[in-house]
Design a protein around this ligand. Structure first.
Ligand code: ADP
Ligand code: MG
Length: 140
């Protein structure tokens, strides 16, 4: 298994509920290391840029409104198989269908307000990490 890096976002619903520490523990409990982390508020333009791949989808406008609705925490997780491992911890997009013990099952409010984002491939991980972090921010 390769050591990978993936971009994680703790979304506004989870930050509002003061769940940052509990969610971070889920990562650390399975050996994923939080090697960079920042709390910030997205502008509308920044949210649209991040989710540009979804711009034709019916939920795009609502999704961008939601992602701008409060602070988020962006972070880089590093570890064995980090991209898939994080997707497993997150659970499916819709919390109603997510497996027991996943972050979205335990904390997600709806298919939109589903608490976390995680990159879905090595290519998206690279581009999503670069969207939020400079080389100088990442100490490994
Ligand atoms: P994932 O975050 O599981 O990779 P997608 O990339 O398909 O899911 O969607 C990005 C985000 O858009 C989701 O995490 C969720 O916040 C939102 N979203 C996805 N599908 C819907 C939907 N049908 N209605 C509302 N919001 C949605
Ligand atoms: Mg996705």
């Amino acid at each position: 298994m390769a050591i990978e890096r993936t971009l994680s976002i703790i979304k506004p619903d989870a930050v509002r509920q003061n769940l940052t520490g509990q969610i971070n523990s889920r990562f650390e409990d399975v050996g994923l290391r939080i090697i960079a982390q920042r709390r910030l508020s997205l502008s509308r333009q920044q949210a649209e840029g991040f989710y540009a791949v979804h711009k034709e989808r019916s939920f795009f406008r609502d999704l961008c409104d939601f992602m701008c609705s409060g602070p988020i925490v962006v972070q880089i997780l590093e570890g064995n198989n980090a991209i898939a491992r994080n997707r497993e911890l997150m659970g499916t997009t819709n919390p109603a269908n997510a497996g027991e013990g996943t972050i979205r099952k335990d904390f997600g409010e709806s298919v939109e307000a589903n608490s976390v984002h995680g990159s879905d491939s090595p290519e998206t991980a690279d581009s999503e990490i670069a969207y939020f972090f400079s080389v100088i921010d990442i100490t490994g």
